[in-house]
Design a protein around this ligand. Sequence first.
Ligand code: NAD
Length: 507
Amino acid sequence: MKHESIDRAKLHHYVGGQKVDGRSGRFGDVYNPALGAVMKQVPLASEQEVKQAIQAAADAFPAWSATPVGRRVQVMYNFRELIRKHMDELARLVSSEHGKTIEDAKGSITRGLEVVEFCCGIPQLLKGEYSASVADGVDSWGMRQPLGVCAGITPFNFPAMVPMWMFPVAIACGNTFVLKPSERDPSCPLRLAELMTEAGLPENVLNVVNGDKEAVDTLLTDPRVQAISFVGSTPVGEYIYHQGTAHNKRVQALCGAKNHMVVMPDADMQQATDAVMGAAYGSAGERCMAISVVVSVGNEPADALLEKLTPRLDALKVGPYTDENAEMGPVVTPDAKNRIESYIDKGMEEGAILVRDGRGLQIAGHELGCFVGATIFDHVKTDMSIYREEIFGPVLCIVRVESYEEAVRIVNEHEFGNGTAIFTKDGDTARDYCNRIQIGMVGVNVPIPVPMAYHSFGGWKRSLFGDHAIHGPEGVRFYTKLKTITSRWPSGIRAGAVFNFRQGGEH
Ligand code: NAD
């Protein structure tokens, strides 16, 4: 198997339409997870460096927000073409730092690309509303205007897609942007910013600062930043929501998950097995919409599922992204591998039945790689930590319940509310589930019900803090504020001085 050369390249920030070296003296390690080796170093920005990026974005705002929307959209059309042209290169950047397979990386970039395509239609969404003659000679209209400097703070698991949930929408709406990507896989977001410049975006409109808590805290407290979009874990997201709103910013914080797939006794078990394979183990379970719990209504679905699933797990090809046959890659870092394996230890201590154990998996030629094999626990109870907490790895829990009502209750009682699915052939049950379940995104015989770019993505409960889901119409609302104008024309109509509100739209 071919290894990439280890050069520990130093990465940079991207400000003012160009690469900028880090000056803080602090760096973070970027791994190639398939090798378990540090390949690159990412600069961790100081407060001063972040403030310079914010100032760049603030300087660019007046001209960019005044640029006609049709011209802003041309940048999006060009960006779309550049992403398509550079798809292979971008996928390699994602896979080499995240670990996911090339096909999976391309799929995730395509989901981001769809948001860019949605942004090509932004003039339609910014049109506003108009009411003629709300009173004699008086017209009224509402228009949505950009906020100013917006910031995005993104997680490691989708280094291309999640930034593209944010900056294309914000920028198409007329805002300027500072992106703080995950310090674990920053190369693809940096490259996307370069492609935006190549697409014709004026310098300073999109800036990327790499960093950790120091950079994030600067974005949260600087008064020039108007809005913060965050995607990541719940403890960090909750902190960001409270800090950001305390500093009078608009905040959307999309957070952690524990997604349940309820399998009814009448489900098509072949379809359910295929669904679990992809949804639990794709991207090594490092997806916020991964299925991490199967709720079997009665014993029958769990038994049938295990019978079909276990031989397929035994045949699952785990390997590095450089192996075209690999179906599942490593997890992101040695720390992530240790954390996931310690959850498997804990599940055993807690008394769950370990049906398949992914610990200690070795891949020939990649002995230090961060590989964790596909793992299944059966007879998991709802008070166990492997059920309550997000593991974010290829570990599936099977919970057996006696009735549909019990399934609904446990899903609704879980602290997270990102996604869920029900597998059944019964329309009444599916409809009832959709109506009563306290979850933001629901699939019926669809295991990962990720909304398309022209809908909005977001969970409920402790999976989202703030009032807006991301991209689609909610994204446009988040990145714009409403202004309502009431005007009297012709100016010759005199209403006289009015001291009281009047009925019937008199102004
Ligand atoms: P994370 O919370 O560790 O990091 C996310 C971002 O926050 C990174 O940019 C990181 O630098 C920053 N950060 C980390 N610690 C911080 C701190 N103490 N103060 C300020 N900033 C800090 O998340 P992660 O491990 O990169 O990503 C995995 C998590 O993201 C999972 O919980 C997953 O469910 C979640 N996620 C959620 C969604 C969603 O849409 N709900 C989508 C993708 C990922």
